[in-house]
Write a protein that binds this ligand. Structure first.
Ligand code: TRP
Length: 440
């Protein structure tokens, strides 16, 4: 077999992993979940989950991936794991394809709104008109077109491989994304009435914490950190021995949370400043924000910035989902990288089309009240991700155990390793299982 590719620099490796983590989950989903779940209470619980579940599970995925140096399915085969553990490989491939399919639909909406912001520069529409536009667009065949366009961009990047495709894109896109985020946050903070938005985000309100908030926060943490489906196992299989796994895991969790909070800082001051409701749900970004941009000084430019930001963030995430299955098909099924890429993107194009159409022509097809899009989202985010998370924690904690963990985390103090092992063996699986069951 030809020499396996690796990320060339530590910066590139971390940029790719942060790129995977930072996505629609941070800028689209986090603010609307926080808005619906009462703001600061949600954020508090969220940060707690990032610390006690997120960092340990990211580290576990990194340890597994670098230890095996192989795609997710091959990992468990190579480590001679029993069928139970090998099922992690299947869960990963299935759920990454499901997520990539519905995620591309929303990324497609973003692309459409970016193009609109440019072609309809400075046009102002009423909230009602925006509502109608958005509803009409997502129900139309145009939404399919944009989904496929997003997948095509993914194909073009992924086709170039790990170094020239994924790493190079991340090296360019991630710094740009952070720059945009910072400029944008400063602007939002200077809006009249911004304080109300900041208060909504940061004034602790413990009374609002309940089991729904906990479940939503955990699901969000898993999704946002890209954990539970072997995405980071795949990426870390391209890490070199120089990579320090624990500091990288902490950096990724920290930056991911920072971006989510900054997205809140961008959105909520504007929402309150323009007298809108923070609890608009999924349409917050596509209906409420455009109305705000329409009324804001220089809003036409901010609108372009915002949707460019969202698109950049989505693309570095979608390529990470695609890579999971591409590595699998290339290494396990011995396909050429080009063919593996075409196959994976092709499958997602098919499912993505179904997901996109489920807002329009296929909206009548439902199961338990859920549309095709919702089923893909719910099945992967709420069922497969937690399941994968439990198995990955147990595998790293019990099967690989202290010896491999210490070897991969060389230089990390013993008590930190013990703490991590306790988290992976007991705390994470039990906590995930509890929240998971209570949510079904
Ligand atoms: N974390 C990304 C986001 O916040 C989405 C994502 C990328 C993801 N790769 C993943 C989610 C793997 C779960 C698993 O938008």
């Amino acid at each position: 077999m030809s020499e396996r590719q690796q990320f060339t620099t530590r910066f590139g490796a971390v940029a790719a992993a942060v790129g995977s983590a930072v996505g629609l989950g941070n800028i689209w989903r986090f603010p609307y979940e926080a808005g619906v779940q009462g703001g600061s209470a949600f954020i508090l619980v969220y940060i707690l989950f990032v610390c006690i579940l997120g960092i340990p599970v990211i580290t576990a995925e990194f340890i597994i991936g670098r230890h095996s140096g192989c795609n997710v399915y091959g990992t468990f085969r190579r480590l001679k794991a029993s069928p139970l553990w090998r099922s992690i490989g299947f869960i990963s491939i299935l759920s990454s394809i499901m997520i990539l399919s519905f995620y591309s639909v929303v990324a497609g909406w973003t692309l459409k709104y970016l193009i609109n912001s440019i072609t309809h520069f400075g046009q102002h529409h009423s909230q009602a008109a925006l509502h109608e536009q958005f509803g009409g667009f997502i129900a139309s065949w145009q939404a399919v077109l944009y989904t496929l366009l997003v997948l095509l961009i993914n194909y073009l990047i992924l086709n170039r491989g790990v170094q020239k495709g994924i790493e190079r894109m991340s090296n360019i896109m991630m710094p740009l994304l952070f720059l945009l985020l910072i400029v944008f946050s400063i602007h939002s903070l200077t809006l009249p009435g911004a304080a109300q938005g900041i208060e909504f985000l940061f004034r602790p309100d413990f009374s609002a914490i309940n089991s729904n908030v906990m479940l939503a926060a955990m699901g969000q943490a898993f999704f946002s950190l890209s954990i539970g489906l072997g995405c980071l196992i795949t990426y870390s299989s391209y890490f070199s021995q120089r990579e320090r796994l624990l500091p990288s895991a902490v950096t990724i969790a920290g930056l991911d949370t920072l971006v989510a909070v900054l997205a809140g800082v961008i959105i909520f001051p504007a929402v309150f400043s323009f007298g809108e409701s923070p609890a608009a749900g999924p349409k917050l970004v596509f209906e409420v924000l455009p109305a705000i941009f329409g009324a804001m000084n220089g809003g036409a430019v901010w609108s372009i910035f915002f949707f460019a930001l969202l698109l950049l963030a989505s693309l570095t995430s979608t390529i990470s989902m695609g890579e999971i299955s591409i590595a699998f098909f290339a290494e396990e099924m011995h396909l050429k990288r080009k063919s593996a890429t075409a196959l994976v993107i092709g499958i997602c194009a098919l499912f993505g089309t179904l997901c996109a159409l489920s807002f329009g022509p296929l909206s009548a097809i439902t199961l338990g009240g859920k549309s095709i899009f919702d089923l893909f989202d719910f099945g992967s985010s709420n069922i497969l991700l937690p399941l994968g998370g439990i198995l990955i924690s147990l595998f790293a904690g019990w099967v690989l155990g202290r010896k491999v963990v210490s070897k991969e985390l060389s230089g990390v103090p013993r008590f930190v390793i013990s703490l991590l092992l306790i988290c992976l063996r007991f705390i994470a699986p039990v906590l995930i299982a509890l929240v998971f069951i209570s949510g079904l």
